[in-house]
Design a protein around this ligand. Structure first.
Ligand code: FES
Length: 112
């Protein structure tokens, strides 16, 4: 099934920031730039809803700002030692200076 691509932001938004919070089609998401890779995920931490736009990213791992669990941005899997579900991850496409998110092909890794 082809993804439903939605325009999320411009590349310039990442000039001084690594994580951008966006709302697309009523969904609150984050877009993360990790060197030359981009990821998109739900914005609220699946644990207690912390704002992941306030987190940090290193090595394709998004660290929650509240309890410091981290999520693998390729799979959404939560770091070892935590039992809550995985983060919902969305495909990202960069075309020219525009960043798009594929909403229809969300990869939900529900590993409770
Ligand atoms: S709210 Fe994110 S780990 Fe607890």
């Amino acid at each position: 099934m082809p993804a439903h691509w939605v325009h999320a932001c411009r590349l310039e938004a990442f000039e001084n920031r690594q994580i951008i919070g966006v709302t697309v089609e009523g969904q609150h998401l984050v877009i993360v730039r990790d060197d030359d890779r981009f990821f998109a995920a739900e914005r609220a931490c699946p644990h207690e809803g912390a704002d992941l736009a306030q987190g940090r990213c290193s090595g394709a791992k998004l660290h929650c700002p509240r309890h410091l669990a981290w999520f693998d941005l390729d799979s959404g899997a939560v770091s070892p030692g935590w039992s809550f579900r995985a983060l919902q991850i969305y495909p990202v496409r960069v075309v020219g200076s525009d960043v798009w998110i594929g909403l229809a092909r969300a990869s939900v890794k529900d590993r409770q």
